[in-house]
Every structure is written in structure tokens, then in C-alpha cells.
Ligand binder design. Structure first.
Ligand code: ZN
Length: 373
């Protein structure tokens, strides 16, 4: 990664380039951030800059052998440590080396990855990973070896807050007397949980949130937003790329669900069976969580039609442009449908929880809507 690949953070990029240019790089640095600011990509581009022999204009060249290996995360003197879950096969002896290929492809794919997303990539969703004592021994071994390429050795420790006391104490020895040409870089999202003795041996570097205009520019290009929309998302997310992308995808999913729920109701009312089938085939492909989201939207649509049918337009919370179509539906829907429809959707949600085949659940729901509406 080059500094130019990192979104915003211009001041801190120049600060880091200045540190590298001065030749006085601290042997231990602790980068801290709120998740999504980009501390990890920033650090990776810093390491690439330090190692690059052709750096110019405050950035690495991106083409020399060192840049090429670091950008693919395959440089033999660049080591990574990150939390892994002891529940995965391998038990408490599990170290980062067991997951290095997952790590590499996850970071190359998204250097702004969250801990939760990385756990999902490792196949452990609901269990916090940790950095074990076995890991500390492995760090020690790697850093006391001679460097493979005769240059610096780098150890990146992602989320040192996941180390326990014993691991931290072992690491402390390395921080006190780091071997020559060895650099330990820690990236923490909860620095208050990193042992004070570790913090005090590191140069601290606070990575601020991404400034709204840089983040907005990135979002504008990635999601084809207009400028105002992009700036709004950048502000709402407080300068965190991961927060912005998760809020945006939730919102897109929400409007997709609205569209599908409306298509189901409309097709059922107009007796268009092929429209109903299209909806259930699509929803059956969703993840379980998204299927539940679709059901909640469908319940909300039923509630909206009901509110209009009883003349309670003012508390129906229907967006202005959709009001006309809901009013049309309210005229067509048989009043007995409201309770029946809600029961059908709630039944489908219970079936999803019970792991019934989603194709069956949604085909059945679709057909019943078609017949009852
Ligand atoms: Zn280079």
C-alpha cells in the first residue's frame, strides 16, 4: 500500500514520512484509532515507505521489489500477529500463523476490516479472538532471527488489547531491548486496555477519524452517490469507513426490502403469480438475518396499509411519494387480511428461526399472500 491509497489523514501521513526521512524511527510504536479510521492501512503504507529505496514526494514507489512484496503482504521480514479464536481446531496453541492466509486475503481485500468481519472470515462469528502466550513465544522467535533480506524486520500487532497479562509481560522484554533493525508496530482500537507498561515503551500515535471531505469523495466514487449524499454519510459515520459502509449497506438493504415487500403485495393484489414467484425466489437466497429483515419490512407494509384503511394516515409513517400507492391498496385489501397477513409473516419468521428450508417458507408465504390478498 502507498500513502496515496489511504483515505485522507494527510497530516499524519506527512508526519510519518518525516519520521522515516529523519532516519529516527522509534523501535516501538502504538497506533491508536476508533475502528474504521484506517490505522492499519496507514501503518502498512508507512512500512512500505520505510523500506522503499525509491521513495519520492512523500510516498513509496509502489514498484520496487520491496514495495511489491510488502503490498502483497508476502515480505519475509514483515510479520503479523492478530487475535485468533481458541475455539477453532488447534485449541489454545493456536497462533496467527495458523490463519495467515485468511488474514492476508482479508486485509488485501479490505484493509479497513473490522474485528467482527475478520472473525467472520476465520469462521468464528461470536467468539472474541485473543493473542495467546504461544503467540508471544512465536513473536520472540521471529524477531530474534536474522532478517531474511538483510534489512529491517517488522512486526505488526493488530489489536494488542487482546493480549492477556502473561503475553503482555513476555512482549515487554522485546520492547525493552528490541533486537537491532527491528520494529514493533501495534495497532489498537481500545488503547485503554493495553497494559500501561507496554504503552509507556511505545511512541504513541493517535490516528484521527477520516476528515468528512476525503471520506465523502471515497464514498461518492464507491457507491455512485452525489456529493451531498456522500457528505451526509461521511458525517453520520463520524469519519469511520467501516461504519459508513455498514450504515450504507443497511440502508440499501432496507430500500431493497421495501421494494420486494411492495412487489409481493402489488403482485398478489393484481393476481400476477410470476411477480410473486420472483419475490420469493429472491428472498429465499438471502442470508437468514436478511430474510428476517425482509419479514419485518413486510409486517411494516401491512401495518401501513391498515393505518390508512382506518383513516389514521397521519401516524402511518409512509414516505410522501409512496402514500398514493398505499392508499390504492387500502381500498382493495379485505379487512380480514390484516390479522391473517401478520400471522403468516410471523409464522414465516418462526420457521426461519427453526431452520426450515427457506425455499419452502417463502414459496408458502408467497402463495398464501397471493390467495388471501
Ligand atoms: Zn518502492
Amino acid at each position: 500500500m502507498r500513502f496515496s491509497d489511504v483515505i485522507g489523514l494527510e497530516n499524519i501521513k506527512s508526519e510519518l514520512a518525516g519520521i522515516a526521512d529523519s532516519g529516527r524511527i522509534p523501535h516501538a510504536m502504538l497506533f491508536t484509532e476508533d475502528a474504521g479510521s484506517g490505522a492499519l492501512p496507514l501503518l502498512l503504507s508507512f512500512i512500505q515507505y520505510i523500506s522503499c529505496k525509491n521513495r519520492a514526494d512523500g510516498d513509496s514507489c509502489g514498484k520496487c521489489p520491496s514495495c511489491s512484496k510488502i503490498s502483497k503482504m508476502v515480505h519475509p521480514d514483515l510479520h503479523f500477529v492478530f487475535p485468533v479464536s481458541a475455539t477453532s481446531s488447534g485449541g489454545s496453541k493456536q497462533t496467527s500463523d495458523n490463519f495467515i492466509s485468511v488474514w492476508r486475503s482479508a486485509i488485501l481485500n479490505n484493509p479497513y476490516i473490522t474485528e467482527q468481519q475478520f472473525n467472520e472470515a476465520c469462521g468464528v462469528e461470536n467468539k472474541l479472538g485473543r493473542i495467546s502466550v504461544a503467540e508471544a513465544s512465536s513473536i520472540f522467535k521471529k524477531l530474534t532471527m536474522t532478517s531474511f533480506e538483510g534489512g529491517n524486520k517488522y512486526m505488526v500487532i493488530w489489536l494488542p488489547e487482546r493480549m492477556n497479562q502473561e503475553t503482555s509481560n513476555k512482549l515487554l522484554k522485546l520492547l525493552e531491548e528490541p533486537p537491532a533493525n527491528t520494529y514493533l508496530f501495534l495497532v489498537s482500537q481500545s488503547p485503554e486496555r493495553v497494559l500501561l507498561t507496554i504503552q509507556s515503551r511505545c511512541r504513541l500515535l493517535r490516528v484521527p477519524p477520516i476528515d468528512p471531505s476525503s471520506l465523502a469523495l471515497y464514498l461518492k466514487n464507491s457507491f455512485s452517490f452525489n456529493e451531498d449524499e456522500a457528505l451526509l454519510w461521511a458525517r453520520i459515520s463520524g469519519g469511520s469507513l467501516s461504519k459508513a459502509t455498514s450504515l450504507i449497506s443497511e440502508s440499501l438493504e432496507h430500500s431493497k426490502n421495501d421494494e420486494l415487500a411492495e412487489m409481493l403485495i402489488n403482485s398478489s393484489l393484481s393476481k400476477d403469480l410470476s411477480g410473486v414467484i420472483r419475490v420469493w425466489e429472491e428472498v429465499a437466497q438471502f442470508t437468514r438475518e436478511s430474510q428476517l429483515g425482509f419479514c419485518r419490512t413486510l409486517l411494516e407494509s401491512i401495518r401501513r396499509i391498515y393505518m390508512i384503511s382506518i383513516g389514521a394516515d397521519d401516524i402511518s409513517f409512509i414516505p410522501g411519494m409512496r402514500r398514493e400507492i398505499y392508499t390504492q391498496w387500502a381500498k382493495k385489501v379485505n379487512p380480514t387480511f390484516f390479522q391473517r397477513g401478520a400471522d403468516l409473516v410471523n409464522g414465516a419468521m418462526a420457521d426461519i428461526e427453526r431452520n426450515v428450508n427457506p425455499k419452502y417458507i417463502f414459496a408458502d408465504l408467497g402463495n398464501r399472500f397471493f390467495l388471501t390478498l
